[in-house]
Every structure is written in C-alpha cells, then in structure tokens.
Design a protein around this ligand. Structure first.
Ligand code: AMP
Length: 597
C-alpha cells in the first residue's frame, strides 16, 4: 500500500527523510531556508484580494466571495456528511448566497457591526453559514463547543456580551433557556431545526434566514477590526476572550499554503470542531481561502467511520489530532489497510503532544507520516510545523513558519526575557511580535494581555527546547491548564463548579496523564463539616459537575481529602496535588502553608 502514496519515507524510525522527487504535487514550501529569508507578510498579502474600492479586508470575502470573482463559483466549497448518512454539497456560489442571507438576516434584526454573534451547535451546514455570514455583516463571531454545559456557556456569553445566539432547539432548551436571566443582552436566538423553541427573541432559522435576500455587499472592513472572539482557559480566573481581527486571514491563508500544503485541487478534512479554534481557523477559514473542497463530518469520532470518509471522499489533506490518532492506533493498522486511500498525500496533527510512535505508526498504517504542528488560541494560526518537504523528527513540533521568529527564552531577575542561543536548553517558547493572526487583546482584560508580552516577545506559556537544527520539542505547560482530548480546560472553572455543591468546602483540579486523551481532569475535594466521603457522594459530585460543565470539561475522577495543600496566600497548590498523585518529587515547598496530610 505504501507504494501508492506520494511520500516515500526512507526509514520507519528516527528521522523521516523526504525524497523531494517523490513528493506529489510539488510542495508549496520547497526551500525552507530561502523562503524564510525572503518572506514578507506584505508580499504574502498579495495572494488575497481585499474588498473592492479599498474597502479593507474581510475574512468572509477572502474565504467565499472572491472565488466567484475568479470563476470558481461552481466548485464545491463544503461537502457535508450528516450523521444519518445524508450528503449535502455547497458550491462557493451556494455558500456566497447562504452567507449573504445570514448577513441580511442580521441586518434586518438590527444587529450592528461589532456586536457579538455566538454559535452553539454541532457541525451542521448552518454553523458554517452563520460564522461566515456574521463576518460579512462585520459582527464578531464566538463559536462555542456544543458539549459545553450551561455554566461554561453562560460564563462566555456573559463575558462576551452575546447579542445573537445561533443554536438548535434541543441545545437551546437543554442548556440556554434556563440562563436567560443572566443574559439580558442576548436579544436574538436563531434556532436551526425542524422543531421550534420558545423564549424571548427566539426565531426559526427558516423564518429569518431562508427568507432573506441572497445578495449582499460587505461593508468597508478595517483589517484591524475584531472578527473572532475565542475563549480559552487560564490557570486562574475566568476564561479569557482572545480577540482576533480580520487581518488574521492572511496567516490562515499562508499557513494553509505552507503548513498544510493546500493546492487548488485538494479535498481537505479538518476533524476539529469549530467550537475550538482549530475548527474555525482550519475547519472553516484557511481551506476556503484556498478554494479547496472542505469536508465537514457531523458525526463524532469513530475510526471505521473516519476511514470510510477518507476513502469515499478521496481526502487528500487531512488535519487531525493526537487523541484520535491514538484511538486509531489501538484498532491497529489492518483497519486502515482495508481502504486504498490513493488520494491521501498529507497528514497533519495538532493540539497536544504527538508521540513519536504515532508519527511512525502513520507510516506503517497509511504509508505517510503525521506532520505535527503547534499553535494556540492566542496565536490564531499555526506557528511551528513539520512541513511537507522537510524531514520529520518524530516527537518534534517542527520549525517556525516563514514569517515567524520563534525562540526558547528565559527570564532574568528583572523580568526581562532573553532568547537562549544554545540548543537543547529548556525554557519558555516565545514568538517575536507581531504577526497578522496574533491576538489583539483579551476582552476587557488589558493587564492579563499585557503580561503575555515582554521585550517584544509573546510568551506562550509552553515549555520547550530547540535542537541544533532548529526543530522545536514540546516539554510541557508552564501553568496548570489541562489538555484533555485536545481541549484546553481551566482548573479554576472546574473547581468553581464543584464548590457550588453544598458538600464541598474546597476543590483542587489537575490534569492526570492518560495514554489516550493526554490528560484527564481529576479533582480533589475537601468536604464541609457534616459531610463524609462516600461512593454515593463521589458519584453525586461527578454528576453535579457534568451537569453544570458538560462532558468535555467535567472531572472524570474525584478523590476526597481532609484538607488541600495551600500557599500562605491561601491558593490551592495544584502542582503539589499533581506531584503527589503521580508520585513525583514535591519540589519547592517554601510557600506551603497548610497541608492535606
Ligand atoms: P489551544 O489554545 O486550546 O489551542 O491550546 C494550545 C495549547 O495546546 C498549546 O499552548 C500547547 O500547550 C498545546 N499544543 C498545541 N499543539 C501542540 C503540539 N503540537 N504539541 C504539544 N502541545 C501542543
């Protein structure tokens, strides 16, 4: 089977050496050093059109409308595969009309540019229409993960001042209807589906959108105006709303070209949900700016279904994540090899550390390695990648994108930041500012935002190393945030939900390593006087957290403790809870005030 693949790795362990002649089609980034040396964002911007009459830059114009102007209107933009086996194709012209209708619908509801449109639904075609239509209307889009429970939804909608919510009747009834008092600014709820929901400002998609006009002219859009608000989790406090602007589309386009190696004839599939940043930047924007066919699969992960999609849709470029790859590995290579997959030529992975074995397994099972790449909500797009034409060092995240300067930095006693020149030294991964998709702020949290930038570097919060050849290697997070199945989870959010239960006095939440999903959320709780630990109470707390937070965020394990270790200032020492859970050295305990023991 490997013979049918375009890339012929020279050997299956250690460095994976690419033979340039065997790469089909010619990779967009062939000469890494030369491209880095000559790259300029201004020059790269020529690949985009911009709005007519110096109207600025709008993501939706670059992703949709401009293809009509270049004669690609009939090409399939989105091929949607429904859970029940349905298939729907949307050409670029169809998508232009559908997004125009949504933009007109917003206008007729009186929604103004700059107002926030939240989207909470599974991967239905209307999600894509709403996101791109709202961008046309110059509204700010916030996608929410449909597996969130009511609490994460309410918190984000409150912080982000949601004016419009696009959702389904089921999700509305189950998760939002009970929150309306907390969301006085939410004026319009547009529900997609056969059934209807009741509530203030609730309207059916069919009524407001399907009946709207299908022509629309995007108004002048300042490239620096807010386009997307993506919530991400920190160690403490509330989720942070990372602000991204329309100019980010340039980074989406460039990374689509270089890191995902998109060519015009590609059929591309990004498996991430648009509720998370990968599913927006690469599940919607980047592929559409390249005019490729974007596959959208409504169903959740199932290895056999996924192989079926790769096969039946002739996917050529596939962007997925380590948790899914590890689940596929468990099933073995035979399941893959039942499918010929002659079209598949490039596979990439993001979101969490990709084990070297997974890269090598890709070669065995698919005849192609997985190309790991790295980025985060704040960077807006891929920053470090294993590129199509470059050798892969399994376990490494790759090298910086042309146009991006990445370094390992250390702080000195005055808080200044210095890049470390020697290879192999651990430090914080930092990126030289600015770049087009760099976040422009955390909503209403200037101080938190400013702290990310020191001496012209953006500090990522990740620890890493760089080797002598310039490849970056992930070491771990510098903070306590948890990565579970590729999703960033803030321990504070989980602790807050647990503390709302009448039995809980204190809660400390950590990420516990897990061979499949990277980390699972584990909580330690101390009970209030009058409550005793029991199996029944543990189950009740698990249920309570799941109901409030949703399955994606709630803890999978809860342990009881008499007390939790705290610093002198009263902060729970998650680091210590984790070290003890894993039997690791407890480290510096000089700030420890009270202890669980
Ligand atoms: P998010 O903002 O939710 O996309 O999460 C970003 C974080 O995910 C990064 O700061 C890393 O901690 C982690 N991450 C993303 N990609 C990788 C990767 N290729 N290897 C290791 N960790 C990654």
């Amino acid at each position: 089977m490997a013979e049918e693949r375009a890339t012929q790795p020279a050997r299956s362990t250690g460095r994976i050496v690419k033979q340039p002649g065997a790469l089909q089609p010619t990779p967009n980034l062939l000469d890494y050093e030369a491209t880095c040396a000559s790259f300029s964002w201004d020059e790269a911007a020529r690949a985009l059109d911009g709005l007519a009459n110096n109207g600025g830059l709008n993501i939706a114009h670059e992703a949709v409308d401009r293809h009509l102007l270049h004669g690609r209107g009939a090409k399939t933009a989105i091929r949607w595969l429904g859970k029940g086996g349905e298939r729907r194709e949307f050409s670029y012209a169809d998508l232009a009309a559908a997004t125009n209708r949504f933009a007109n619908a917003l206008q007729s509801l009186g929604v103004q540019p700059g107002e926030r449109v939240f989207v909470l639904m599974g991967r239905l075609p209307e999600l894509y229409m709403a996101v791109l239509g709202a961008l046309k209307a110059r509204c700010v889009v916030t996608p929410l993960f449909s597996a969130f429970g009511p609490e994460p939804i309410a918190m984000r909608a409150e912080l982000g001042d949601a004016r419009v919510l696009v959702t389904t009747p089921e999700l509305y009834q189950r998760k939002v209807a009970g929150l309306r008092e907390r969301l006085p600014g939410l004026q319009h709820v547009i529900v997609v589906g056969e059934t209807v929901a009741e509530g203030p400002g609730v309207r059916a998609w069919n009524e407001v959108v399907e009946t709207a006009r299908s022509d629309y002219t995007i108004g002048p859009t300042d490239p620096e105006s807010m386009a997307l608000l993506h919530f991400t989790s920190g160690t403490t406090g509330r989720p942070k709303g990372a602000i991204h602007v329309h100019a980010a589309v340039l980074a989406h386009h460039v990374t689509g070209r270089y890191a995902l190696d998109l060519h015009e004839g590609d059929v591309f599939w990004c498996t991430a949900d648009p509720g998370w940043v990968t599913g927006t930047s690469y599940g919607i924007i980047a592929p559409l700016t390249h005019g490729v066919t974007n596959i959208v699969v409504e169903a959740e992960f199932d290895a056999e279904t996924w192989y079926g999609v790769l096969d039946s849709e002739q996917v050529s470029v596939w962007y997925t994540a380590p948790t899914a790859i590890r689940m596929m590995m468990k099933l073995g290579a035979d399941a893959v090899q039942a499918h010929a997959l002659p079209a598949l030529r490039f596979m990439a992975s993001v979101g969490e550390p990709l084990n070297p074995e997974a890269v090598v397994w890709g070669e065995q099972a698919f005849g192609l390695p997985f190309h790991d790449n790295w980025w985060q909500t704040e960077t807006g797009g891929i920053m470090v990648a294993n590129f199509a034409a470059l050798d892969i060092l399994p376990g490494s995240m790759g090298r910086p994108l042309p146009g991006i300067t990445a370094a390992i930095v250390q702080r000195d006693a005055d808080g200044h930041v210095k890049p470390v020149d020697q290879p192999g030294v651990e430090g914080e991964l930092a990126l030289k500012t600015p770049w087009p998709s760099m976040m422009r702020g955390y909503l209403n949290e200037d101080e938190r935002y400013r702290k990310c930038f020191v001496d012209g570097w953006y500090l990522t919060g990740d620890l890493a190393k760089r080797d002598a050849q310039g490849y970056f290697w992930f070491v771990g997070r510098a903070d306590d945030v948890i990565k579970s199945a590729g999703h960033l989870i803030g321990p504070f959010e989980v602790e807050s939900a647990l503390i709302e239960h009448p039995a809980v006095a204190e809660a400390g939440v950590i990420g516990k390593p897990d061979p499949t999903v990277g980390e699972i959320v584990k909580a330690f709780v101390a009970l209030k006087p009058g409550y005793e630990p029991s199996e029944a109470l543990r189950r009740e707390l698990l249920g309570h957290a799941r109901k409030r937070l949703g399955a994606a965020v709630a803890p999978k394990e809860i342990d009881f403790r008499a007390n939790l270790p705290k610093t002198r200032s009263g902060k729970i020492m998650r680091r210590l809870l984790k070290a003890r859970e894993l039997g690791l050295p407890e480290g510096d305990l000089s700030t420890l005030e009270s202890d669980e023991k």
